[in-house]
Design a protein around this ligand. Structure first.
Ligand code: SF4
Length: 222
């Protein structure tokens, strides 16, 4: 399959435009207060599902600042975890999952989050996006491509892929995006999706890569 044209130029334009904003995931405020490890990355990612970033960040700090390992999490009751992470979406279910995951990591993996993508997928509540994020931001491994809603929407608008869901986008994008861009792709495109190529009525007039975009499926823009 043909690789994306002008990719170096496109990444440079995005880096330049987005450098004035704070990068998501890897450099948010929470990581100044919480030790970023594969375990804290995993728990924080679970908290982030269907939850706004600012709420995720506050909940991550409240829970993980003093409980940054499976051993410490297991000292807490499910109710206590729930009260610390409230009001993240599905906080009761997430409290239960975080305890279950901590127990498995302690008993099956000696307290270390596995650095194996397929093993991560066997943990309760862990899907491809979370597993990819743990591999990239927790274990600092290359060769993984975390795809969230922004990373799915924007490549479809650009015309890079034609896919229906993030799982399909991960596969399709890996075929057309050169590997040396994979590690940076998530943080750059999440930020781009929050600030410019927003879900409804994107800010195309302010977009640094408008000349390279096919605007597929974009009915209204500003
Ligand atoms: S031109 Fe518009 S739709 Fe295309 S990437 Fe930029 S903001 Fe998104």
């Amino acid at each position: 399959m043909q690789k994306i044209q002008n990719i170096n130029k496109i990444f440079n334009l995005l880096r330049q435009e987005l450098s004035r904003y704070q990068l998501p995931q890897i450099s948010r405020e929470k990581w100044k207060e919480v030790n970023q490890t594969p375990f804290t990355t995993l728990v924080s990612c679970i908290l982030s599902l269907r939850t706004k970033d600012n709420i995720t960040d506050k909940a991550s700090v409240k829970l993980l600042k003093n409980h940054d390992s499976p051993e410490k999490i297991l000292l807490l009751s499910e109710d206590k975890i729930g009260s610390l992470i409230y009001p993240v979406g599905f906080y009761k279910t997430k409290a239960k999952k975080i305890k279950e995951i901590s127990k498995i990591i302690l008993e099956k993996y000696g307290g270390e989050v596995p650095a194996d993508f397929d093993e991560l997928l066997t943990l309760p509540g862990v899907g491809r996006k979370t597993a990819n994020i743990v591999m990239v931001y927790g274990h600092k491994k290359e060769g993984y491509l975390p795809i969230d809603t922004h990373c799915h929407r924007i490549p479809n608008r650009l015309g890079w892929v034609t896919t229906k869901n993030p799982e399909q986008t991960e596969i399709a994008l890996k075929a057309v995006l050169p590997k040396n861009y994979w590690s940076e792709f998530n943080s750059l495109f999440v930020l781009f999706g929050q600030k410019i190529c927003v879900p409804i009525s994107p800010l195309c007039s302010k977009c640094p890569i408008e000349n390279y975009c096919q605007k597929i499926g974009v009915k209204n823009h500003r």
